[in-house]
Design a binder for this molecule. Structure first.
Ligand SMILES: Nc1ncnc2c1ncn2[C@@H]1O[C@H](COP(=O)(O)OP(=O)(O)OP(=O)(O)O)[C@@H](O)[C@H]1O
Ligand SMILES: [Mg+2]
Length: 489
């Protein structure tokens, strides 16, 4: 009877899973694949202006999906059009990268080119970005699969807890046939009894009324990620994990621990979910995802552009080395990761840099050629600053309002005050140094410093109005004095 029950339950479970899988697939393809104009719309929520950059990025993202729909032979021929974004500091390059990471619906990482060193030097080599991307993809796919098997895992976990609470009746040993015949009626009723208590307990377990009860769990060491063997950096970089190598050689330590049922449920569900998913399939799917839709955003690419100065020898050698190491990866090569070889041919690369002291033409020509699409971001002026202060969902003014709300103070800015802040920001950028929208941060902190310090001890008002006069009072003396503004703003 128990057996039958189990079988029915299992088939039910499978049916449920299939249905869920289907639903998931549809949701994924319909909702998360944004059209180019939708992508731009999303970016507009956070980034003011920079239309061209937004457009190019949106097209590139959508092209990933378009390529997936193409038939096989053609699909291999369609290469991603890597983008390089160029624009002065503080105009939204990194911000664009941060925002598309949420829209991409694909494995996406952002790396800083300046963090890499040439192969052979101590440090992170450029191939590690592909390894990271693959790790990420494996995690994404694994989490997806985990949610798919969640229901089944919870059921299994329940069974395991029940097994601990009332150990199942031992089946009579397959001894002589006489023996079985004699003992069967007794065993049968014992089994039934056991079954009813079990179902009773199951109900109570489901209701959560047993949650605080302690049970003893036999946890094999593999449930615990505490044994972290740290190997030399090199090995790790090559994707070899010492734990994987030696983990299976060491005897499995079993460890008894007392946990409440609520805690045990978490541990066991996780464990059961891990057992239910097929890691090989996960890795295969994750690798596919990386190779066909992975995106790498290389920020600060200008920092590895040499700038052919005559005397500085040391760092330039390494910088050019990083560029040279980047070439094969961007063009398409195979990187060995701990999940197997990953081909980078169809991974999309978006690079960006301010190119302050160097020019794009300072990059080695081969690398320039591998980023065929160049978009320029414009430097920002007074009007943009006004919009940046007020419009984005994370606008600075909104942030400060939220901060002071925690002290029960409503902070209001008059229209003139905001315009004045924008104007002063533009002025200081012109006179001292153009640091783009970052200037707004420094100016806002100067304007609000006194308030932020005095609240809540000295200020007892509930509403604070910032007007033009207040802004001028706080900023005038500093702005007029160029030396001072160099240090403070
Ligand atoms: N066009 C914009 N719209 C809204 N906010 C912006 C814009 N440009 C910059 N910002 C704000 O300014 C700050 C700095 O921008 P970001 O990090 O994108 O600069 P960047 O272009 O990457 O500069 P750098 O070359 O120095 O890295 C961010 O906090 C961002 O919110
Ligand atoms: Mg940046």
């Amino acid at each position: 009877m128990i057996k039958e029950d189990k079988i029915i339950k299992e088939t039910n479970g499978k049916a449920k899973l299939k249905k869920k899988e289907k639903v998931n697939k549809i949701v994924e393809s319909e909702i998360r694949q944004l059209t180019p104009s939708q992508i731009v719309e999303e970016l507009d929520k956070y980034i003011i202006g920079q239309k061209n950059a937004k457009k190019s990025v949106a097209i590139a993202l959508r092209n990933r999906w378009r390529r997936q729909q193409v038939k096989d032979e053609m699909k291999d021929e369609i290469m991603p059009n890597n983008i390089i974004m160029i624009g002065p500091t503080g105009v939204g390059k990194t911000e664009i990268a941060r925002r598309i990471s949420k829209l991409a619906n694909a494995p996406f990482i952002k790396v800083e080119a300046s963090k890499f060193t040439e192969v052979g030097y101590v440090g992170r080599d450029v191939e590690s970005m592909i390894r990271e991307l693959t790790d990420l993809s494996v995690n994404i796919v694994k989490n997806e699969k985990m949610t798919e098997v969640q229901i089944k895992a919870e059921e299994n976990c329940e069974d395991r807890i029940l097994d601990i609470l009332i150990p199942p009746v031992k089946k009579p040993a397959n001894g002589s046939s006489e023996n079985i015949q004699n003992e069967q009626p007794a065993a049968q009723s014992q089994e039934e009894l056991n079954h009813t208590t079990r179902e009773n307990l199951r109900a109570r377990l489901k209701s959560g009324s047993l949650d605080s009860r302690l049970i003893e769990l036999d946890l094999s060491a593999e449930n615990y990620p505490m044994l972290q063997v740290l190997g030399p950096v090199g090995l790790e970089e090559m994707g070899i994990n010492l734990n994987d190598l030696f983990g299976n050689m060491m005897p499995k330590k079993s460890k008894k621990r007392k946990l409440t049922i609520a805690e045990a449920r978490k541990v066991l569900t996780q464990d059961e979910a891990n057992k239910l998913i097929d890691m090989d399939a996960v890795i295969k799917e994750a690798a596919e995802k990386v190779q066909n839709s992975g995106i790498v955003f290389i920020d600060e690419i200008d920092k590895v552009a040499g700038g052919h100065s005559k005397h500085s020898q040391g760092p330039d050698v390494s910088r050019e080395g990083v560029q040279r190491d980047l070439l094969p990866i961007v063009e398409g090569s195979t990187v060995i990761t701990k999940y197997g070889p990953i081909k980078t041919d169809h991974i999309l690369f978006i690079a960006s840099g301010a190119f302050h002291t160097s020019k794009p033409s300072d990059l080695i020509p081969e690398l320039q050629g591998r980023f065929p699409i160049r978009v320029e971001l414009n430097s920002l002026g007074e009007d943009e600053f006004y919009q940046i202060l007020t419009q984005p969902e994370n606008a600075l003014l909104k942030q400060y309002k939220a901060l002071l709300k925690s002290e029960n103070i409503e902070l209001n800015f008059s229209e003139e005050a905001i315009k004045e802040i924008a104007k002063i920001a533009a002025e200081v950028n012109e006179q001292v140094e153009n640091i783009g929208a970052r200037r707004l941060h420094t100016i806002m902190t100067t304007v609000l410093e006194e308030i932020l310090f005095d609240v809540p001890d000295k200020v007892k008002m509930n509403i604070m109005e910032i007007d033009k006069a207040y802004v001028n009072e706080k900023l005038d003396s500093i702005v007029k004095n160029r030396d001072l503004s160099r240090y403070i703003l």
